[in-house]
Design a protein around this ligand. Sequence first.
Ligand SMILES: [Zn+2]
Length: 312
Amino acid sequence: MLELEGGVRRVTFPLPLGIDHVHCYLLPGSDGWTAVDAGLGVPGARESWASTLEEVDGSVRRIVVTHFHPDHVGAAADLAELTGARVFQGVEDYAQCVQTWGGDRVLERVPEYLHAHGVPDDEIATFRRESQALGRMVRFAQDPEPLAAGDTVAGWEVLHVPGHADGHLALLRDGVLIAGDALLASITPNVGLYPDSRPDPLADYLSSLELIERLAPRVAYGGHGVAIEDPAGRARELIAHHHDRLEQAAAALGERPQTAYALSYALWPEQLPTALRRFALAEARAHVEYLVLRDEAERSDRDGLVEYSAVS
Ligand SMILES: [Zn+2]
């Protein structure tokens, strides 16, 4: 555990995913700690939290979930049971959490979307296996307390910073931003268009980055990687990155329609594990749909196959 500015503690857990660790935070308060994110519900997650909590004085009074991705929400139920603390989560985010990980989730939703965008059947089969394994590591807390932009939790202002996830929340106090995955130091947060998500996540994300630039926190602590010492500068860098990416996407489009899967190879030609290729596909869609929504690209849907081309 690492002590940061303002008495904030950072707790890091290893991850068996494409990314090898996740940070959770403990924010000090007059009545005890506020935990931000819970990590993935790997076997032993509860024990890891239990030994972490032994190192701090005082108890965890509440748990804030920044967004429903498995590495952030996965062990929320374990941490809640362990501490007796209430979980706070955005309303939109919780709805997507239930839709993605809940008992009555529609298992064919993602395979259908992958198929429509040109993903080969063998990669869809890999997705099914991986998503089952991942689903076993997500134990989110049922019926959390709703949290929304403008709320205050333990003296921290709640911000809505959509893009990486539609309902992504962050916390700000005294120039310290607990950013979740809305801002990361060394990697570009994935901005993808997924089934049943908001239609223009890239525009959402650019607005979130502009908000961070305006608020200009002194430091930001993200869900992965090192602290961000110049959050406004990092936000500007990411805005420029996405504008470059939009230009690349526009340049990759031609007269002949191509799927978002094919387009993902134009943008990320390197060999990627299938899970990362799915992120690339969703990210390619976020960019090309941004262009479609501004009449700078065309989408066609023929017999359930979605393809994109340059404006004719
Ligand atoms: Zn994450």
